[in-house]
Design a protein around this ligand. Structure first.
Ligand SMILES: Cc1ncc(COP(=O)(O)O)c(C=O)c1O
Length: 352
């Protein structure tokens, strides 16, 4: 039983859709109609009317493409971070010639609003990057106020919502770019990243010099939005799967989906408390409804192995310096089912 915070277990209907006979996306008009419908479904799940892109490549491609498409030599970028993915954005900025200014908070804490206010007062940033759910620590950042402030300063906002989209409400209103991944709460196979793009973001993307093709978003504007053909052969089977996955979410109703995630997170945490496990985030209300990170200092890898060998349940550990100190349960997407969480926690109780 796959209980990791991505990839998540894929429902049968989605696997079946992936095995469908394929169409030629460059020739068959029905495919264009299908693709337009797919974009609409994504907009519903995102809760936005902004342009929607689906790129062939997982979440990381969305992160890199956002930077590659908008950052030029010497551009200043505010990288707001309380985790590995937040820090990682700064590496992309450097790689593409920009100047990152990392504003960091401890990994188990909230982002520092005062620090952000000061930073934007004293400097001239073209873009700001941030993470909605830091999957490696299970922290869900509150972004509304931060995004509002950044937009009031005409700063382009880029948000990684890879492990929250489709599992918790995402405040997309003030996001110029919002990135999702097929393998997390959508419970579709790994292989696609979804990116919403605002008008402000398009002006920056189309203004600059285009120094790459596959990682640049400009070809999508010129080819797909203006001419209705794809810059490269699309991942047809993955798109069929994503379509079926989104259909399941929409049929269930997003409010019900969000509540299912909250319920699963609560029962995971209360069972954890019974076993004596402590949450990694400093406060319970910082924990994302999509993933729970328990502290297991120096033992996480051993417990992960035992869970796999003795119970056939796959969990994740922490990442980087916290690899052996955090055990993560991904109750997101199709993993957010009370029976799966209960089974996982029964096994974990025995294991611990
Ligand atoms: C917050 C976050 N961003 C980006 C990614 C990258 O996604 P992928 O590894 O699927 O490319 C992940 C994957 O775990 C993630 O958790």
């Amino acid at each position: 039983m796959l209980m990791t915070p991505g990839p998540t277990e894929i429902p049968k209907k989605v696997r079946k859709a992936m095995g469908r006979k394929i169409q030629n996306p460059d020739i068959e008009e029905e495919f264009i109609d299908f693709y337009l419908m797919l974009e609409d479904k994504l907009k519903k799940v995102y809760g936005t009317r902004k342009d929607m892109l689906i790129l062939g490549g997982e979440g990381i491609l969305g992160l890199e493409a956002s930077v590659a498409s908008m950052i030029e030599k010497g551009d200043k970028v505010l990288c707001i971070s309380n985790g590995i993915f937040g820090d990682g954005f700064a590496d992309f900025v450097k790689m593409y010639g920009g100047e990152p200014h990392i504003l960091s908070a401890p990994y188990d804490e909230v982002l520092d609003m005062e620090g952000i206010e000061k930073a934007v007062e004293n400097d001239d940033f073209k873009m700001a990057t941030m993470i909605h759910c830091e999957t490696p620590t299970g922290v869900l950042n509150k972004l509304d106020e931060i995004l509002e402030l950044l937009k009031s300063r005409n700063i382009i906002t880029v948000v990684d919502a890879v492990s929250s989209l489709g599992g918790v409400p995402v405040p997309t209103k003030d996001m110029d770019i919002c990135i999702g991944g097929s393998q997390k709460c959508f419970s579709s196979p790994p292989g696609l990243t979804t990116v919403s793009v605002s008008e402000d973001a398009w002006s920056v993307i189309l203004d600059g010099e285009q120094r790459s093709f596959y990682t640049h978003l400009a070809p999508w504007k010129k080819m797909w939005f203006e001419e209705k053909y794809f810059p490269y052969t699309h991942l047809v089977s993955n798109l069929y799967a994503l379509n079926a996955a989104l259909e399941l979410l929409i049929e269930e109703g997003m409010e019900n989906v969000f509540q299912r995630h909250i319920d699963c997170a609560e029962s995971c945490r209360s069972r954890g408390q019974e076993i004596g496990l402590e949450l990694y985030p400093s406060e319970v209300n910082l924990s994302s409804p999509t993933v729970t990170a328990f502290k297991l200092e120096g033992r996480a890898k051993e417990v992960q192995k035992k869970m796999m060998l003795e119970n056939d349940i796959v969990l994740a550990t922490g990442l980087g310096d916290l690899e052996n100190d955090i055990l993560r349960i991904g109750h997101m997407g199709n993993n957010a089912r009370s029976e799966k969480v209960e089974k996982t926690m029964d096994a974990l109780q025995k294991c611990i």
